[in-house]
Design a protein. Structure first.
Length: 548
């Protein structure tokens, strides 16, 4: 029994890991490939230098590209589930590493609380629910592993630190802040262990520099003098937001804080005051400074590259921010005696923070669920229109209803579907999808097929109708339109609108406005791979004829 009590933190950690994995996989069960992932799927399917080393924004992403290609070749593209499993594993491993790091400094119970806070960090919903963010999470994972290796303070630890830092760089440029931690560690131990161990920093930095010289110098950069001058304010806000995220006072998925800003600022000032007190007493552990260097470099580099979408409160930044805050606290509380009452208070704070953060995580899930619906509907429309869609047709924001599918081009997408399977809705699934997806599919289909109309003023109304015609009274209900050429004859009178839909139910998303009275409109509908009929509604105050 005593052994079980002693091992209680580790056993509870196992339970928290299982609960976190189950929660993440449950929340993402309806998700597909999202947003930037399509850049990898469409443009980096080969094992070429260009595919591996071309920067994504400003980041080296060679390991995420290799991982995506491995999963694609093993499991295909019909389901994104394997990449969600891989991401979940990375999140669990990172939490375990944080536990080991903190346990060495503050004992197993506080280390458990730190790991639990990270596992259920709702404000970091982008990093937790979106597999593409393994570019960030993977870099953090191996950055923390590097710090653990440096804690060994021996040759084996130095070799492992070199390998881990290299891997951190391979995931993204988030490895740069951890390189600062390695540099501080080298400086701190230069007298005791010399500079022969400088290779642990030199090797990964030189490899990164070689990549930068060959490919990275062409990457996007947002560094401006204005950003540099405004960086202190950005860093303060980023640090305060990270502290708030840890303690359940983070930001909502769609902007705005769930707490007054001053509350986060007070918490940050309290942590800074604790650090200052330990510095005054000269009792600050050596491990504090590498983490502090990582935090400073991370937040300042982020500030220098700030643009709309990269605000200090952005969800993707909260994951690393929370890791750094928790590691700083572990060092600040090192050797501080924590009584039983204090442990119970910490447990209560942890549970309250997790409860608050789970609400934010749920809200983040709704954002990605909407993106998944749009992705599956839009790509379904391309597949339905595959007979006639132009090879260069792409899901631009004005067509797709989202800015996140610009890398999906018809020719590349259909080739990938032939090779690896389809993640899209089938026509039958599309007919049962949410109204958002069905409406957007109609819009994409109209552009991809494409539907076309041509109108000329030519009053056929008094002539005898030729062909199979249906006469519609003013305000008539919709009629079915078959593939081919359809003629819409409008009686003299005011302008009218022609509205069409196919999968949409609640509205007609396709409208041709201002069709003049006493005119003939030719509507061309190409044949495609779906059996669901198009439906036409003539919004007019006079009669109309619809003829085959």
């Amino acid at each position: 029994m005593d052994r079980v009590i002693r091992r209680a933190p580790e056993l509870l950690l196992v339970g928290a890991l299982a609960a976190s994995a189950a929660l993440v996989l449950h929340l993402t069960r309806e998700f597909t490939f999202l947003q930037d992932t399509w850049e990898f799927l469409m443009n980096r399917r080969g094992f070429t230098a260009e595919a591996l080393f071309t920067p994504h924004t400003e980041h080296l992403v060679v390991i995420p590209v290799l991982l995506e290609q491995l999963l694609l070749h093993l499991f295909g593209m019909s389901s994104a589930r394997p990449e969600y499993v891989a991401m979940t594993v990375a999140l669990l491993v990172t939490a375990c590493l944080l536990f080991f790091y903190a346990r060495r400094r503050v004992g197993p119970w506080l280390a458990l609380f730190a790991a639990v806070l990270l596992l259920f960090l709702g404000p970091a919903w982008e990093a937790i629910l979106w597999p593409f963010e393994i570019t960030f999470v993977g870099a953090v994972l191996f950055g923390v592993a590097m710090l653990l290796a440096l804690d060994r303070d021996d040759r084996s630890g130095d070799l492992l630190a070199c390998v881990f830092l290299t891997l951190s760089f391979g995931f993204s440029s988030v490895g740069i802040p951890f390189a600062a931690a390695a540099a501080v560690d080298l400086f701190q131990k230069r007298r005791a262990r010399g500079l022969r161990r400088a290779y642990l920093l030199a090797v990964p930095v030189l490899l990164y520099a070689a990549w930068y010289a060959g490919w990275g110098h062409d990457a996007e950069t947002q560094v401006t003098l204005g950003n540099v001058l405004a960086s202190p304010r950005f860093v303060f806000e980023a640090a305060a937001t990270a502290v708030g995220s840890v303690f359940g006072l983070g930001t909502s998925p769609f902007g705005g804080s769930v707490d007054p800003v001053w509350v986060r600022a007070v918490l940050l000032v309290a942590i800074v005051a604790l650090g200052y007190r330990r510095i005054r007493r000269r009792s600050l552990p050596a491990g504090f400074w590498p983490v502090a260097a990582t935090a400073a470099v991370n937040w300042f580099l982020t500030a220098f590259n700030a643009v709309p979408g990269r605000e200090a409160t952005s969800s993707r930044y909260q994951y690393l921010g929370a890791v750094l805050v928790l590691m700083l606290l572990a060092n600040l509380l090192q050797d501080v005696r924590i009584g039983r009452r204090a442990l119970f208070a910490c447990a209560a704070v942890t549970l309250a923070a997790v409860a608050s953060n789970l609400v934010v995580l749920r809200d983040g899930k709704e954002h990605f669920l909407q993106q998944s619906v749009l992705t599956r509907a839009d790509t379904a429309a391309i597949e339905i229109a595959r007979r006639t869609v132009a090879p260069e047709f792409s899901l631009s924001p004005e067509v797709a209803g989202t800015t996140t599918l610009v890398d999906v081009q018809a020719a590349k997408y259909l080739q990938a579907v032939r090779e690896y399977g389809s993640p899209a809705y089938t026509p039958a699934e599309l007919a049962r999808a949410s109204e958002l997806g069905r409406r957007q599919a109609d819009i994409v289909l109209a552009h991809a097929l494409p539907l076309s109309t041509s109108t000329r003023r030519e009053n056929h109304w008094r002539r005898r109708a030729s062909g199979r015609c249906t006469t519609l009274p003013a305000g008539a209900p919709e009629v079915r339109v078959a593939p081919g050429l359809t003629r819409v004859e409008l009686a003299p009178g005011p302008d009218a609108n022609l509205a069409m839909r196919r999968f949409a139910v609640g509205e007609f998303p396709l409208v041709t406005e201002g069709v003049p009275g006493g005119s003939v409109t030719l509507l061309r509908v190409p044949r495609d791979a779906a059996v669901q009929p198009w439906r036409l509604q003539v919004e007019a105050s006079q009669q109309a004829r619809v003829c085959r």
